[in-house]
Design a protein around this ligand. Sequence first.
Ligand SMILES: NC(=O)c1ccc[n+]([C@@H]2O[C@H](COP(=O)([O-])OP(=O)(O)OC[C@H]3O[C@@H](n4cnc5c(N)ncnc54)[C@H](O)[C@@H]3O)[C@@H](O)[C@H]2O)c1
Ligand SMILES: [Zn+2]
Length: 558
Amino acid sequence: MHDNVILTGFMGTGKTTVGRLLAARLGCEFVDTDDLIVARAGRSVADIFREEGETRFRAREAEIAAELAGRRGLVVATGGRLMLDPDNAAALGATGPVFCLSAEPTDILTRVGAEADKRPLLSGDAPEARVRDLLHRRAAAYARFRPVETSGRAPEEVAEVIVALLAANLYESIPVRHPGGSYDVVVGENLLSDVPRSAGIDGPAAIITDDRVGPLHAAKIRMRKSGFNEPDTGSGPDKPGLSGVPILTMPAGERHKTLDTVRELYDGLLDAGLGRDATVIALGGGVVGDVAGFVAATYLRGVDFVLCPTTLLAMVDSSIGGKTGVDLPRGKNLVGAFKQPRLVSADIAVLATLPADEFTAGMAEVAKHGLIADPVLWQRLMAEEWRIDPRRLANERLLRADLQTLVARAIRVKRDVVEEDPYESGRRAVLNLGHTFGHAVEQVSGYAIRHGEAVAMGLAAAAHLSAALGECSPSLPDQVEAGLARLGLPARIPPMLDPAALHAAMGSDKKKKAGRLRFVLIRDIGDIVIRDDVPAAAVMAVLERVRGDIAPAPSLRE
Ligand SMILES: NC(=O)c1ccc[n+]([C@@H]2O[C@H](COP(=O)([O-])OP(=O)(O)OC[C@H]3O[C@@H](n4cnc5c(N)ncnc54)[C@H](O)[C@@H]3O)[C@@H](O)[C@H]2O)c1
Ligand SMILES: [Zn+2]
């Protein structure tokens, strides 16, 4: 018996029609929760509302949700608000994927049209304004589920879209356009085995990974077309685990993001006899992605490149935008190239092996993307508990689903910015939110403080600076600090780091212009502004102000 498929979404988005078609396509039983309630109560939804009140109707919904959670192999169309109740969402969300159908307000009104009188929430004057208002108020709650747009699509087409997503284990496919073409960032579960096919690799290839990630995940990348074979079970991580496809393994860690590593990888590719028709598949965090991307950009003047990010940071940040490179002894990322991948495959399942502190550090970049451009993403971050042990991802479907929502939204923020500014000549500066302070913290601490933690401190400092300069409400810094603390991230710069030294480190940054610094400031959650005229004194005052003890290490919830 296979998983359930749950449909949610506002009224008039076609849950029942699409659900029936989907059930037929999948060979499943179809259940509509409203129909079930009406059948059992022996009266219409409107009558239940009128005679028993909304509370009793919600109680009936909860009973149905609990009951259906005990069954499998169903397609369930849920009443518009059923899945907005956290208990119902937990019960049904654990039984299978949840899709949220959406539609334009005018389409909703047309579709609901004739039966508007049966929809108690839509009764009264100015129905369109009412729909818009309700959609707006429920946006963050619906945003928990994977979106499927229905406007401009026939119900059959919507059902096909869902069938295709289910078949590929995909949450979402996010196209990224760049001057030379475009590529997709796919977000989903257990995607690695399908990477060679979805990237369209039909020639020779090599996997570049590190010595932590390789042993855990490299064998999952399997080729169905020529050039790859089933994994050869007996092989170790450094031997070619897939016959014909070498796995080149670099040591893990930023220390190895160097030209020496690059040279060794060139040798590995040459030893394997790979020519210009080869594809480099990067499997790892941002370090592997940056190194492998640089190798792909330069080996034989450039070969194809596919990214399989395995850290949260790499999924939402470093894998999008085409920047690759290595460090020199004199500084980070001093040598590099733009190299666009052919595909980025973000497989949420691999995050289950990520150390908890790496997971939390990655959340700083997710929070940054919410603050830059997506208030709903910020709300989703605040609505759930994200101080988690990533191992829970292995067997908690709802947690994986919630995380895919975050990752996909964060990717879209970065995508929108890099599409506008592919070669980092202007707009990309917004991605530096929190990073001017953050880089100074990293540098002055001698890189003892992890990037994500330094960025969190930088986000809090940027919020304080924004308030001091009158760009945002005085309460915003508290809101940002509380949000970071909730994610298990530090919002205060450790007192041992001297404010004058931090200030000097920022001044040495290229962003300085005639005693005034360039900063990305926050106007509100999801709304930022860049200012070139920030007085040094204001920055110094903030540095004095945000000193404090680092929050204790996050306690992990079981
Ligand atoms: N190119 C860009 O646009 C861009 C943007 C941001 C950051 N970066 C770069 O990204 C790098 C940081 O990336 P990162 O935070 O992913 O660090 P990382 O690549 O060093 O990974 C962190 C650690 O986690 C391990 N790891 C990775 N995935 C794992 C998994 N699934 N299970 C178990 N262990 C796993 C790694 O082996 C490593 O030890 C920096 O070098 C930074 O400069 C680049
Ligand atoms: Zn960063």
